[in-house]
Design a protein around this ligand. Sequence first.
Ligand SMILES: [Fe+2]
Ligand SMILES: [Fe+2]
Length: 290
Amino acid sequence: MKIGSQTHKELFCRSFMESHQNIEPEQLMWPKLDGPELERLRQIPFWEEALNTELEAGAKIDTYLPMITDPLVREAVALMGEEEAAHGRLFQYMIQHYGIDVSGHPPAKLPTNIEQAFIDFGYGECLDAFLGFGLFKIARQSGFLPEPMFTIFDRLLQDETRHIVFFVNWVAYLQASRGREAKLFRGIHSLWHYGKAVQRVLAVIGRSSEQSGNSFSATEASVFLDGFSVEKLISTCLQENARRMSFFDDRLLQPELLPSLAQVALSGIKLVPKRQSENTDKNLSKVENS
Ligand SMILES: [Fe+2]
Ligand SMILES: [Fe+2]
């Protein structure tokens, strides 16, 4: 199947729409939380950021929609907008249901170049989802929150996985229709946008830690961070990315750049202790020979 062809477009749009599952926040199995479990949920510093990200996503998509001329692509992107709006309602419901404190910080204003904003948003989702896959699995294994909460957020993560697969295929389709289908171009284009996405993630981390102050105590974080390492995070992101991507039609493109960079980083990290032990061996043999 040629990337950028009508068959490609049909496949990435139809498979996205056919895999849609409605999320009604009020009908989800929210667990009853009290005591330390409720306190832990309330102290997580990024709920408002998550809510605003979903609301901004919905607004960006709604504004971009009339600019899409292809009816099938427009239908699929409209569905993505509905899903983002449902995610926003899910966070709103959760915040109210569990009495989570939020500052009432409004979502950011829409940028003027809306197609560019939509593309930036898509790459941002690819980065968030890749990191989210690993962090979600580690948090779930640590029992950081009760399992029913993870069951609910797993559905949201499934949607985000569908979004990023749709997005990388749509970008490739758009580029091909504009005569830029070369893989090298796609790689450079992605790298540039991921650079911007990383800056945004760092800004979010900064804002979340400012807002949380001391409330997200070391004890709370230690539940999650017990046995945590960058190597474990990267390898879990890679494993979960491969597992979640395995459910998609293998004729579709999947995000490639981040997993490849993560794989390189992981190989580098794995080399570090070896080098240290090699150096130690060399130093020992020097001592022995002197
Ligand atoms: Fe979302
Ligand atoms: Fe999304």
